[in-house]
Design a protein around this ligand. Sequence first.
Ligand code: FE2
Ligand code: FE2
Length: 277
Amino acid sequence: MPVITPRPVNIDFPGDTPRFWCANSPFISHFFDAFSTTLPVGEDLFIFSLRQVRQQITDPRLQKDISGFIGQEAFHSREHTKYNQLLKRWGYDIDSMDRSLARSTRIIRSRLNTFQVLAVTLSCEHLTSILSAAILRGDFMSDADPQLKALWHWHSVEEIEHKAVAWDVYQALGGTYRTRVIWMNFAMALIGVRVTARLLHMLRRDGLLFSGAVWREGLRFLFGKGGLFRVLKQDFLDFYRRDFHPWQHDTLHLTETWKAGYSASSSGSASQEAAAS
Ligand SMILES: [Fe+2]
Ligand SMILES: [Fe+2]
């Protein structure tokens, strides 16, 4: 199992960052943009869910993993906030998105018990880790702006490193199969609705909401051969196996090239990372 290492990076976005930064596609770019807009608030919730229970964890290795997880998610939240500021400069209503999602996570924090919040976290971690593996395999970002690609690659490497932490904490505390499945379904509905609404908002602001070409490309990206749902489907469904554990997906090798490039650099800057990938 990897040592979970928070790696502070500092990725800035120059004024000429292209709005359709991924495959020159409004739909694909905004899909990832929309996902990014959920992350700072979401990652705060994940940190909260582990902090709530960490005093019950006696295994020193798992305690160390929790510290690594919290450190990594805190840095992700910071860098995605910068990314989201770029989206705000482009005219998208990021502030109201944040307020709205924060209202939902406040309800989750106050109404759900510790197991249920942890189940939401490990469900989101499952989704982000399988998406991260696809990104690092080059499924979706082979043609992308170097700065934004660097951000997603860095984030993806660390999502893979810490993908089992919430899971292991949940197991150690006796979390049940039923609860994790129920809250996975809830988490996917919440993410699905939020990401879709934000994607539509961005396309509307671009004046592309009713563009046939954009939607044809979008549907190909979502449902076509090599598209998002086909690529992620089996890995996603594995979550529903009773005996599943995240490391049954052996994805650590996908992080090695990036990590070698990061170690060789002194600051982990975007350009050095991009050169390594
Ligand atoms: Fe993250
Ligand atoms: Fe994560």
